[in-house]
Design a protein around this ligand. Structure first.
Ligand SMILES: C[S@@+](CC[C@H](N)C(=O)[O-])C[C@H]1O[C@@H](n2cnc3c(N)ncnc32)[C@H](O)[C@@H]1O
Length: 246
């Protein structure tokens, strides 16, 4: 069972940046930052699950004031150790319910992190919490995978998502409960370590309904940060909901 830091504890935090280096590639990070800079305008940005600052640090370097909410003190310690990391305010807590002072022009939740909330009630609470932090006309951005059920043959529950010489990843589906556990196996100093994280997946339309419940409306949906079209073949989406301007 996870401790106070949740599933991103010291053991995970110490290897987070090296674990999936492709996610730190400027080719991946820069389009997300460009997208968020545009939505932030002259306002502030709030990142839910800020982690080690993969997106927050370059966004702040582009002149956008960024605040974060994060459960894991171990992840925040890595953010703090990076250049500029001390200048980003972080509130420790659960982003479904934790509040911070002030309002924001954009709140964002990237890299599948909405799925870390493993109940529908918690995901709905998160949308409501976001709406409470947005200024009128403000935007909520989510980057998350489309549930990979089309890739799951009938009767199967396991699908590999990464296989390499040193790292293996398998998603285990619990379709009846919209549950998904990602099992990560990695070799460290010749030993195999396992780390499993539970998720709740949701179709884009369910997220739209959560937005409606929080008085937000879908404004944009793309399959990537460069505004690539979202189609039946897309394996992820970048969605933007807007809080009504009063
Ligand atoms: C996949 S990492 C993403 C980190 C960062 N946003 C990035 O893009 O690299 C998910 C992060 O969300 C945090 N997290 C997960 N569930 C959370 C919750 N309910 N409240 C606050 N933080 C949470 C984890 O501790 C972790 O740092």
């Amino acid at each position: 069972m996870p401790g106070d830091d949740g599933y991103f504890d010291e053991r995970v935090a110490e290897r987070y940046d090296e674990g999936e280096p492709e996610m730190f590639d400027p080719a991946v990070v820069d389009p997300a930052v460009d997208f968020l800079v545009e939505l932030a305008g002259e306002g502030r940005a709030l990142e839910l699950g800020i982690g080690t600052g993969r997106i927050a640090l370059p966004l702040a370097q582009r002149g956008v004031p960024v605040h974060g909410i994060e459960l894991s003190k171990a992840m925040v310690a890595r953010l703090r150790a990076k250049p500029g990391g001390e200048d980003i305010g972080v509130t420790i807590g659960d982003f479904a319910t934790t509040t911070v002072d002030g309002t924001f022009s954009v709140v964002y939740l990237v890299f599948n992190t909405i799925m870390n909330l493993t109940t529908q009630a918690a995901q709905v609470a998160c949308f409501r919490n976001v709406a409470a932090h947005l200024e009128p006309g403000g935007r909520f951005v989510i980057e998350v995978g489309v549930p990979g059920l089309q890739l799951l043959p009938p009767g199967e529950t396991i699908r590999a998502f990464h296989v390499s010489e040193t790292r293996w990843g398998f998603d285990e589906y619990d379709v009846a409960n919209q549950g998904l556990t990602s099992h990560h196996f990695v070799t460290v100093d010749g030993r195999l370590e396992r780390h499993s994280v539970p998720f709740r997946y949701a179709w884009p339309s369910e997220l739209d309904l959560m937005a409606e419940l929080a008085a937000m409306r879908l404004r944009e949906r793309w399959s990537g940060w460069k505004r690539e079209p979202f189609t039946s073949d897309s394996d992820k989406h970048v969605s933007v909901w807007e809080k009504a301007a009063v």
